[in-house]
Design a protein around this ligand. Sequence first.
Ligand code: X8Z
Ligand code: ZN
Length: 579
Amino acid sequence: MSATGNESEARAFFDRTESELLALAIESSRADWVFNTFITPDTEELASKASTRLIAATVHRAKEANRFRTVPLPGDLARKTRLLRLSLPLIAPPDLAEADELVRTVAAMQTTYATGRHAPPGRAEAVDLQELSRILGQSRNPVELQNVWIGWHDIARPMRPQFTRYVELANRGARELDFADTGAMWRSKYDMDPDSFALEADRLWAQVRPLYRSLHAYVRRRLVERYGPELVPERGPIPGHLLGNMWAQSWENLYPDLAPPGGGATYDLTKILQGRHTSPTDMVRFAERFFVSLGLDPLPSTFWERSMFARPRDREVVCHASAWDVDAVEDLRIKMCIEITAEDFHTIHHELGHNYYQRAYARQPFLFRESAHDGFHEAVGDTIGLSVTPEYLVQVGLLDRAPPPEGDIGLLLYTALQKIAFLPFGLLIDRWRWSVFSGEYGPDSYNRTWWELRERYQGIRPPVARGEDAFDAGAKFHVPANVPYMRYFLAHILQFQLHRALAREIDWTGPLHRCSIYGQRKAGKRLRAMLEMGSSREWPDALEAIGGDRRMEAAGLLEYFAPLQRWLDEQNRGQPVGW
Ligand code: X8Z
Ligand code: ZN
């Protein structure tokens, strides 16, 4: 067949396929929304059914599209041929019973996670993850912390056999589409071969690892002072229940204990928001106004009518924050159990970043309604969050006066506890899952290997010995929910790269951590150009559209934290670093 024959055949095929998959994706999204905001056996079943239908159709069409893989096609069609088989994070086996079992298993694990409860010491009734997280963030009583940590991690025990079966069936699905396993499928989404991507992640980690080790050493020393060397080894890994977060993935709740002596007079955004009786809706309005200040449109009225901002009292929901574009055009929503805290203020910006991305690429064909790669999706809202500077808070009336630059080490330390502490965690979740999917880590060593990686990358250990009867990876949302995690590692590096690119766009000459693009239409235009591309081009093109670079690099991050790195080096002089 002639090239033009291939081209017109392929074009007709993708037109048909995209409208078919769009309809199924919307159906699945609606069912999933109802499941996520009203968990019952019925909604679990309906959501599973709709998801199974979408997966089956995607597999069917992806196999048909195999015939285009070896013929020359114009750029857009060649790209669609590549993206179709990568469009879902879960592929089911062809056998209908097995497909059904796989999708139901994932839904069941999600329900277990979302409905997990534990009664902390001295409390008669069991409480949810939010309440347990509050205790973990605020208590400094190691007995209570350990109890709450174990209580939550134990909710994942029953997932172990389900997870084992899920790995088996998901791999069977991925092989149907010619991937070695589900991990290889996840790693194939970055416009390079899966092995090169693994090396790329390592390359980025090597750039930021020294800063993480410095932060770890400083934090460990302060924790030794608080809890004593019996609990916190002076040269070893830190017990994970003492870092202010259930997964030790970000440590900003420890800030009051860690603030630079004398120089840490910053401000407490949580106190400010609570003092002003800010409502969840007010918090979302702040974030929306930021995007609008860049020249983007206000959110549609349906966003305010259909979003879920608070945990309902009368039903089980998935509280883990997420952003939705239910009709893949205008029906944007977020689902969050908002608390009036600085942490949730940032998470709201994160979620609206997703919504604004979704809306910007809504005019692309269905298969390009995605981010450049998934790290970009996770980075956009966080990039805006980096512009929540003291000067910005003054501008929007949340702060009377910006603190003097002497307080900047405090500010940087706070941000590092949020974002530098996160990096090894962001990396290791999928380092672990890739090895699980490849069969290198089997069910008989799930927990041992999990803790080996936690220790190697993060330098933390569990509060008590955890055997193979536990399934501690399952106590983190994205594992039972089958959400790939490397995207967050990438986003934590990329957001500084994007922030620096936008700072340059507005000719910013001050320190990066004091730069806010609030109200800067010129920066908004750049951002928008990148967002509107969706996944129509390879991600280096998107990166170039915003800042000129074609590679992901940690240079922006390292520049942002350079003053803190110097300060940490001084603090750590003569002290043990590493574990
Ligand atoms: O899951 C999220 C977002 C939704 S995409 C709230 N994040 C990761 C997490 O909570 O573990 C954002 C940062 C990392
Ligand atoms: Zn996100």
